[in-house]
Ligand binder design. Sequence first.
Ligand code: MTE
Length: 316
Amino acid sequence: MLIKVTRPTDIKSSEITPKSVFLNRRKFLKTAAVAGAGLAVGQLLPDQAWAGRKLDGIVKGRFATDEEQTSFMSVTSYNNFYEFGTDKNDPVKNSGAFKAKPWTVEIAGECEKPGTYAFEDVIKPHRLEERIYRLRCVEAWSMVVPWVGVPLGDVIKRFAPTSAAKYVAFETIVRPEEMPGQKRPILPWPYVEGLRMDEAMNPLTLLAVGLYGEELLNQNGAPIRLVLPWKYGFKSIKSIVKITFTEKEPPCTWNQQASHEYGFYANVNPQVDHPRWSQAKERRIGEFFKRETLMFNGYADEVASLYSGLDLQRYY
Ligand code: MTE
């Protein structure tokens, strides 16, 4: 199974960034649809597909790019979430029945406080931060997303990992009844990911619970997902139900699927091409011309030291 490359929706990010404008436009377009106008698929979905609850008490985080943010519509309707299908608009179309509340996260493995915790108990002790990050998919497209979340490192500390904890493993929920893609063997389910402990503790690493100031929508990995802006997007695992501290390097779904194409590290690196396409450039969703891809997606100052001495051609 290979990550599919499809054409992004060609919506200028400047066109419809504010959600209210976008929803009003959808109302107008629905009326137009009745009158027989042709429509893009997303515009026929119920408004619930975009009905996130506003999050309170968000502070500006330490890391924010001032690059133009990708429109709310593109961020929430051009997605990779194979549990809901492999097309970019499958997640928004097929995730309506997914229940992200109530939610628990199991903490397991090499730590002093294992257990099953309510989502609120994992997040509430921390201040919500806005982090405006670049997201670079391995498929050579990119976005700028205003995430809301808490630093994963702060959360990890509360569970007191032992000295044997060298890695952190993550698992997505398995609910074929609510996630139609899981009824097919598109990938081995559950989707799994992993990080080295120092990567997990890096201040850039975010446990996201929202975007654009609202709770995460199902298509973006509600209610809780990783965001690792210096790594290809597939490391940013969605709808996490289990976090395990391990001594050994944990398995990662795409690496298991095609280890010659997708490595454990998956650091954004314009000098290491995917076997089937170049990684030197990327197409920012909403833009026409391609732009250069930056080493570590432009976050080298924050993360390059994590990999000093590592052969990045070999450990891709
Ligand atoms: N997590 C799960 N569980 N399943 C997936 O298919 N896709 C990954 C990642 N997390 C994926 C996942 C990929 S390939 C990308 S690029 C990002 O999610 C996309 O996140 P977004 O849809 O919020 O932009």
